[in-house]
Design a protein around this ligand. Structure first.
Ligand code: ZN
Length: 433
């Protein structure tokens, strides 16, 4: 499969870090970002690369050549085949693709060189093939969803709406943001566009929303823009700590599993509507700490209200959208939410009979943790389950996780740690692990 890397950006906001070199050549721990990207691709078998260049592009061409040489930074061979497309005049970020149309005869990867990433590309491509759409976007939660463009998707990941940051958004929404990595079918280049400059998102991809042709691939892997000096410093730090590489889903992940009611939000008995959902104090800060540490944050919650017929899946989704929206205001996010909609006892008025079963996922059973472990390639023995009740601790222990209890009183359900609230528990966990 061919990979097209868009390396023509100017990156003026980061000029205080590196003024006279193109943004993709800015070094992170001594190696240009673009070289790190190429290495990540090559290690996974993607060695047929086209780079589109414009501003100061000669420096990129001089550095990598046709990919048969040796890196001045590492002394190792690149071992890839590289071609270039030099934009004499600005063509917008997708204009070059139309000039390359004859070379792009099969599905291809299109990557933005302005971001630093380390992702399992084969997993991404497989998902694209399974969806069989014209385009699949790599999406993830970010730390500023309130001023980012958002994707509204259905259960299968098909994009229903693509909202720019300026457009009116729903009150509550999922934190789902385009990361700038795509798998595209060459068919999208059949579209007739008569403008000289062509914008990828606005002119090619966004019109596919709502047609079942545009899909999202959700992943917690590391993809970060480094458009400002602060973000650049942050990326360098994450590199030094090994977080960038570790989060590639080829590697086993570590997670902190969180119960919902009484752990993240105030316990109100059966929570039935978004109005009753209120975050506990310090929760945003605690979750942000986990986000910054390299652990995944995954919510594991029993919601028998669904089986009882009191809350529909749509209403539950709206409650979770409120959780994501409130966390997002403070830069915190969850990587996944798993819920058990079941309940074992039949015979109540208004119940959903099909969900009244003895399932394997209702805590204290560990089914949801096992399912999350499979989905995100998690090593449960390196992970934690945190909750405010006995069933949380038991589910954690049954699954092989370490456990922490949130309780104001001295109680022992077999947990390793106890704390008054999520923040104090997280601080204790990072104190010992
Ligand atoms: Zn269940």
């Amino acid at each position: 499969m061919k990979t097209v890397i868009m390396a023509g950006g100017k990156g003026t906001r980061i000029s205080s870090v590196a003024r006279d070199i193109p943004k993709p050549m800015i070094p992170v721990e001594g190696i240009p970002i673009l070289e790190r990207e190429i290495e990540c691709l090559r290690n996974q078998g993607f060695n047929d690369i086209i780079i589109t260049v414009s501003h100061l592009g000669e420096m990129i061409i001089d550095y990598f050549g046709d990919g048969s040489g040796v890196s001045p930074a590492t002394g190792k061979p690149y071992n890839v085949h590289i071609e270039y497309f030099f934009e004499e005049k600005p063509l917008g970020n997708a204009g070059a693709l139309f000039h390359l149309k004859e070379k792009l005869t099969e599905d291809f990867l299109l990557l933005n060189a302005d971001a630093i990433f380390d992702v399992d590309f084969n997993r991404f491509v497989q998902f694209h093939k399974k969806c069989a759409g014209l385009a699949t976007l790599f999406v993830h939660p970010n730390s500023h969803p309130y001023d980012s463009g958002l994707l509204i998707v259905d259960k299968e990941g098909s994009v229903e709406k693509w909202l720019t940051k300026e457009e009116q958004r729903p009150t509550y929404y999922r934190n789902l943001v385009n990361a700038g990595l795509h798998v595209l079918s060459p068919e999208i280049l059949d579209k007739k566009i008569d403008t000289e400059k062509i914008d990828l998102d606005r002119q090619l991809l966004k019109p596919l929303a709502g047609q079942g042709k545009l899909f999202t691939y959700e992943s917690p892997e590391y993809v970060k823009d480094m458009g400002t000096p602060e973000r650049y410093e942050r990326v360098c730090e994450d590199f030094r700590k090994g977080i960038v590489r570790e989060k590639n889903l080829q590697n086993k992940q570590k997670a902190i599993f969180l119960d919902r009611d009484g752990t993240i939000n105030k316990y109100v008995g059966f929570l039935r509507k978004p109005e009753d959902f209120e975050l506990l104090s310090g929760v945003e800060e605690a979750i942000k700490k986990i986000n910054d540490s390299g652990y995944l944050v995954i919510v594991i919650t029993n919601q028998p209200v669904v089986a009882r017929g009191e809350v529909t899946i749509e209403q539950l989704t709206e409650i979770h959208n409120k959780m994501e929206t409130l966390l997002g205001y403070k830069g915190a996010y969850v990587d996944g939410i798993l819920y058990c909609p079941h309940h074992p006892h039949k015979g109540f008025k208004g119940e959903v009979e099909a969900l009244k079963i003895a399932c394997d996922c209702r805590k204290p059973k560990p089914g949801m943790l096992f399912r999350a472990a499979e989905k995100f390639n998690i090593d449960l023995t390196e992970s934690w389950m945190i909750g405010d009740s006995k069933i949380d601790i038991e589910a954690g222990i049954f699954s092989g996780c370490r456990t922490a209890l949130i309780s104001e009183n001295e109680k022992n359900f077999g947990q390793i740690i106890r704390g008054m609230d999520l923040l104090s528990v997280i601080d204790k966990i990072y104190g010992i692990s």
